[in-house]
Design a binder for this molecule. Structure first.
Ligand code: SF4
Length: 80
């Protein structure tokens, strides 16, 4: 169990790193107000296209914790 937890932990660390790199490449760096980001994330959390394990969207492939932060991003299904 500990081994699995450690493996998952390192996998999530890698995903965080990939997310941070993607953030630099694919956004304009302008963030929305934190309340708007929270509202967007809440919508994603209730969406059937969210892959819970990695917090990524199955429609666009983005990490929603990052995607929801940026002004130039939008949900492909126009949910936010
Ligand atoms: S970005 Fe849109 S489609 Fe993707 S998980 Fe969020 S609400 Fe669902």
């Amino acid at each position: 169990m500990i081994l699995i937890r450690n493996m998952l932990g390192s996998e999530m660390g890698l995903l965080d790193l990939v997310g941070k790199v993607a953030e630099k490449i694919f956004t304009n760096g302008v963030k929305v107000h934190p309340e708007i980001a929270k509202k967007r994330l809440r919508i994603c959390k209730g969406c059937k296209y969210l892959f819970q394990r990695t917090n990524s969207c199955l429609k666009c492939g983005c990490f929603v914790k990052i995607k929801t932060l940026y002004a130039d991003q939008h949900c492909d299904l126009r949910r936010w």
